[in-house]
Design a protein around this ligand. Sequence first.
Ligand SMILES: [Zn+2]
Length: 437
Amino acid sequence: MLNQLAFERLTALAADNGQAGTEVAMTVVGPLSPDRTQHQRDVRKELQEKSVTATLSELVNDVLLRACDCQATDIHFDPQENGLRVRYRIDGQLQDILFIEPAMATPVVSRLKIMSNLNIVERRHSQDGRITIQHHSHPRDLRLATFPTTFGEKIVIRIHEVLTDAQDFTHLGMEHEQAETLDRLITQPYGAVLVAGPVGAGKTSTLYNCLERINSPMKNIMTIEDPIEHRIPGVNQAQITPGEMGFSEGLRAMLRQDPDVIMIGEIRDDETARIGIRAALTGVLVFSTLHGSDAPSTISNLYNFGIPGYQLSSSLLAIVSQRLIRKVCPYCRVSYTAGEKELTALELDPAEHGDLKLHRGLGCPACFQTGYLGRTGIYEIMVVGDELRDLIFQQIPKDVLRRVAMDLGMRTLKHSAIHKILEGVTTLEEAYRIISF
Ligand SMILES: [Zn+2]
């Protein structure tokens, strides 16, 4: 049921024809002049040459090290009828890197299995292992998994991202105002801050940053994670172990440890959701992630976990919804004048902004001809203030919640994306790929 306030707000919004005001900064960054020689080298060509001349262990090491250089998150070794295909996942997308001749295919797979202490004669069951390599004198932790296919064993190596020390939230892509809002929220004594988004949206990085920013010897900070991706000195981190300690058991045990702050890697079930929200109500600051396409629909997901509106309304501090978006490659970046269609998509008046310049990448060796290099975050932070608390209490539908939140000044994922396009950081095509416009 709608209360009077929400009803009035909706009527006003309807009269406004849905035209939410978008005041976006129009600063366009100038061309960059990075060190081309270091980045413009062609990793594919380099490795293909190595595959003919180098020894087996040199080749395998190079494939692993170059993946770290390229900031790949995964390496795939796919057995094919005529050899071994090697791909890197960079900025969320797979790129063909190397094709290894049939004679070398099995030795490469065996070498990787030896490096990760796997049983090399076992080829019919999948196995998991670890490899630690030195990349520019920093240890990098790689997790390897095998999978038997018709043409042989497929191997996927996951490279853990190196997270930088506590910095401002803006370095994760947040706008200044959003960063200030989140900074204010994480210093509250209790309540829940939830980060929503699909898999691979950078949710964990946001949570680690929150913890690092409030980490102090005066607080007992405890986490339960799956897996622990990054160690924070002074924080009590625990890993869930299937069959022994799941999220809900771990959470219950943590609450008996006199915590000030707890971080739950992910809310996946009713029980974890219930215990987490109850903790937030009783004096603990709770951080967690969960699936949800945007901030308001995440509230619906919590209702579906069986959390009543009255508990949610008094425990939630904010919901942060986020996505990772690819950045225009600085090595092949060009500017062009925006067309009328683009201006309309960016919610700009073509009559006023006819000479607006946008940026895109043409494709070069540094970006594997994609025009994009690196990723940054876009965010939507729904702060639960008095008005929203009222609506959440009444379990108002998410569309209503969304409109009211926007009216109260919430910057949506779409508006954050538009801001990044106008800054020349990303493109409209990329924004279309990531979120609905
Ligand atoms: Zn490029």
